[in-house]
Ligand binder design. Structure first.
Ligand SMILES: [Zn+2]
Ligand SMILES: [Zn+2]
Length: 287
């Protein structure tokens, strides 16, 4: 299983030279299990992934949405392979909304907020609504999901392939009263890689830096990501969903602090690749 990060930022894209190292695009992951293509979320990182995939037509793949907040769907209208006849995408998502994933993605491409409708896309798009407990199997992988604590809900995905395992859990807030989510701990138990929401520092989360507290905004912190990794016995931790106000230096410092607490950890950056066939501690862009 190979993983490549095309967007690692949370909330809103954050371009500029201060963020150019880590990258400013929002959530998008490309996962390969043998010759099977999986995409998780189409935040703005999906535009660059699409550009790369256009070199390998025709395409067949599955796209899984953690949830439908803007930063996770906004790149879909700019994902070029969807416009090309002959490509086939199976699209999966859900969460707690009383709407289908198809409704939400279609509504994103309607006036007055968007100039063209989804109907102009020439690829085959088939939509599937997922619920916790569902299992999706490929020839070379098994995918399962878990509901996370986040406004409007979000899904964590676990992918198991060739004896290796990965959990992608972003857009998740610590539970109240310092409790750990028992079902998440079970879901992530002993996985090779946990990719986890570490958007805020504890000072930001609790409002100890003189700014508005971020409690209830749906995101976690690096110390919480480390606590979950240690308790669940995961082998490697990737810090994800970086705050748009955190520049490269700031994220480098969070990573350094994280490695002091959990040596096999690294901050995600655009272009980062993980080969789960030979798990080694995640390589940092700051090393
Ligand atoms: Zn998000
Ligand atoms: Zn969200």
């Amino acid at each position: 299983m190979l993983v490549k990060f095309w967007g690692v930022r949370g909330s809103v894209p954050s371009g500029g030279k201060e963020t150019a190292g880590v990258g400013g695009n929002t959530t998008c992951l490309e996962i390969r299990c043998g010759d099977e293509l999986i995409v998780i979320d189409t935040g703005t990182g999906a535009r660059n992934l699409g550009k790369e995939l256009m070199k390998r037509l025709p395409l067949k793949g599955r796209i899984f949405y953690t949830h439908v907040h803007w930063d996770h769907i906004q790149g879909m209208p700019f994902f070029a392979p969807m416009y090309i006849k002959g490509n086939q995408f199976e699209i999966y998502g859900g969460t707690s909304l009383p709407m289908t994933i198809e409704d939400v993605l279609k509504r994103q491409m309607t006036p007055p907020c968007f100039p063209v409708k989804i109907d102009i896309m020439q690829s085959s798009l088939r939509f599937h609504d997922l619920r916790p407990g569902d299992v999706v199997r490929g020839d070379n992988y098994k995918l399962t999901l878990l509901g996370l604590y986040h406004p409007d809900g979000s899904y964590a995905y676990k992918i198991e392939s060739g004896g290796r395992s990965l959990v992608f859990a972003t857009d998740v807030e610590p539970l109240k009263d310092n409790k750990l989510d028992a079902s998440l701990l079970k879901f992530a138990e002993g996985v090779d890689f946990l990719i986890y929401d570490a958007q805020y520092t504890e000072d930001e989360y609790f409002g100890r830096n003189g700014h508005f507290p971020r409690i209830g905004w749906g995101h976690s912190t690096m110390p919480e990501a480390v606590r979950i990794s240690k308790t669940a016995g995961v082998k490697n931790l990737i810090l994800f969903h970086h705050d748009p106000t955190h520049d490269d230096n700031f994220i480098g410092n969070i990573e350094k602090e994280s490695r002091g607490l959990f040596p096999n950890s690294a901050a995600a950056y655009e272009g980062m690749e993980i080969d789960l066939g030979s798990p080694t501690p995640a390589k940092s862009m700051f090393d």
